[in-house]
Design a protein around this ligand. Structure first.
Ligand SMILES: [Zn+2]
Ligand SMILES: [Zn+2]
Length: 123
């Protein structure tokens, strides 16, 4: 599979049995449907997001991204996270795959961790 943003090869990587694709150039991450949810709840899974945040920001400005999984290609929709509106990612309306730019997954997970602590201390 090729990166929907920079067109370079995406390599399959695995974290605790969950496979995701990571771009070998811009380090964008591709999650199939439900993989994002699963990884979001696994402690330490942010290690898969090794890319440079600045490059991620640059890549984030690219819109009109075509889903790398669907054929014929489907235009992905830009979405922002409800809890963290500054995080914008692309979701395919057909296969529900999600693309995160480098650094966004780390950012996305930070809230989950702080929420986790909040839930412990509010008991
Ligand atoms: Zn890329
Ligand atoms: Zn798709």
């Amino acid at each position: 599979m090729n990166c929907p943003k920079c067109r370079h090869y995406m390599k399959r990587i695995e974290y605790r049995g969950i496979e995701i694709d990571r771009c070998t150039r811009c380090y964008g991450l591709w999650f199939d449907n439900f993989e994002l949810e699963e990884l979001n709840h696994l402690t330490g899974s942010e290690v898969i997001d090794i890319g440079d945040t600045d490059l991620g920001h640059e890549q984030n400005a690219r819109t009109h991204i075509l889903c790398p999984q669907c054929s014929p290609p489907v235009l992905m929709r830009s979405e922002s996270d409800k809890k963290q509106p500054h995080i914008q990612f692309e979701r395919c309306p057909k296969c529900k795959g999600v693309y995160f730019d480098a650094g966004e997954f780390r950012d996305y997970k930070e809230l989950t961790i702080s929420e986790f602590f909040k839930s412990i201390f509010s008991k």
